[in-house]
Every structure is written in structure tokens, then in C-alpha cells.
Design a protein around this ligand. Sequence first.
Ligand code: SF4
Length: 278
Amino acid sequence: MADTGPVPLEAKSPFELRVHLGDGVPEQTVREALASGDMGFLHSYTTGSTVDGPGVRIVVWTTGCMWRCQYCHNPDTWTITNGLPVPVTRAVEEVSKYREGLKIMKGGLTLSGGEPLMQDRFAAKFLTAVKKLGVHTTIETNGLFGERLSDAELDSIDLVMLGIKTWGTEKHRALTGQPIEPTLEFAKRLAAKRKPMWIRFVLVPGLTDDPDDIAKIAEFTAGLGTVERVEVLPFHQMGKFKWERLGLKYALEDAVAPTPDQAERACDVFRKAGLRAD
Ligand code: SF4
């Protein structure tokens, strides 16, 4: 993929630490970009991903997130101006170059972050334009700002990958710093629209592995009726260096990845509720 200035837009991996790329953009311009969606702030692109939705995909990682998940592996995406400013037309052109290949590989475009709906106008314009190219569109979101998308804008999204982090108001606030209710409301709205969903759940031993909580997430998820798959994502420490480099206090310094058995047990809870889980 082509470069934007001195920093390549395409990252070698989403684990690249990227900061201050949009620092030179005047505050007024940032505000106008957020209001219009004509420009987005992007951490990077990844091409050829097979783990961010169906088939082989281009993933566009946006910057900006209101949440502070204890296990976040990309805290450099929290600040919008850590991202590169990219006109929406340019972002669409980049996807367009790959559109035939993406169709052949039964893939598409995934908009992720950060939290892409922090830049909801950009997300809406970008996804609408990419969908018009005939490319399958997916958004990965925590759902906090789901109400910012109109029903017509939701129609431009083929699949929503929704993160459900834990269960219960207090536990959710402790884990993410934000309430769980908007996420659950967004899930119900998507279900009412018969929108296909994948649910992403990060398994951290000692933090998100309470079987009762997982059972409640499974019950809620199964009740939605449009969830095609649950992904149980094992916690890892690949983002630890980012917390250290950014001078952030990292609560999971000593946390370990779940064993394959622990991951399988969590999947089984979802399967018992009638869901496909892996
Ligand atoms: S929602 Fe995603 S990007 Fe935001 S803090 Fe949580 S894990 Fe990180």
C-alpha cells in the first residue's frame, strides 16, 4: 500500500507503536474532521489479515478510544491525534485497489481501532463508500457510540464484530472504565435489524474467567439470535511494551495467557448456549 508522507500507512503489524503522527494538525481542523468525516485519523492499515473477520481482509485501524481496558494491547490508539490524518477519499482509494482480490478471497474491509465510532462520521462515510465498491464491510466496535450510526448507515455494514468484555455494571466499569449498558443496547438494536454479528470476548485468567459471568454473556448473546460466531480471544502480553513506552500504569504486568484447556472451557460455555465458539 502507498505511503502517506514519511510514515508508511501500512504497518508491518498492528503491534507497531505509533504516536504523535497527527500532532501538527490544528485543533480546529481536528474538530472539523470529526464533524464532517472528510478526514480520518488512522493508526495504520494491515493487508492480508485472516483474523479480523471472514476471509482475507484489509484492516484499517483508527485512533481514538474512550475506554481504558486493562488488557488493551494498543493503548497508542487511545489518542486521536496519535493517528495519521488521511482524507476519506484516499482511504477509499486504498481499499479500491484491492477490491477484486478481496472478493476472490471471500474477504473485505474491517474498520477497527481504537474505537472506530469515536470518528463516527468518518466511519459512516468510509464504510458507505467501500460498500458501494462491492466490498464486504465489517466494523469492530465496543458499541459505546453505536447510537451515533443511523439505520441507513448500519445498512452499509455487513457484519458487526462487537466486544463484550465482561458481565455486570461494576465489573465492566472496573475493567474498561465505562458502562456496559450502551454496548448491550447496541447489540439489541443490531439484533432487531437482523444484523449479522460476531462477539469477541477476551479471556484473561483471574480477570474475565468467572464461569458465571461467561454463562451470562453466553445467555445474552444466544438470545440476540443473529450472532454467527463467538471468538474467545486468549489474553497475551504483546502490547505490554506499549504501556511501558507510553509511561502508563499497567495493571496486568503479571497476568498470564489462558491455557488451551481454559480457552476451551470458555468456548464450551458458549457452545452449551447453542452458539458457535472458537
Ligand atoms: S475498547 Fe479496544 S481499543 Fe479501547 S481500550 Fe478497550 S481494548 Fe483498547
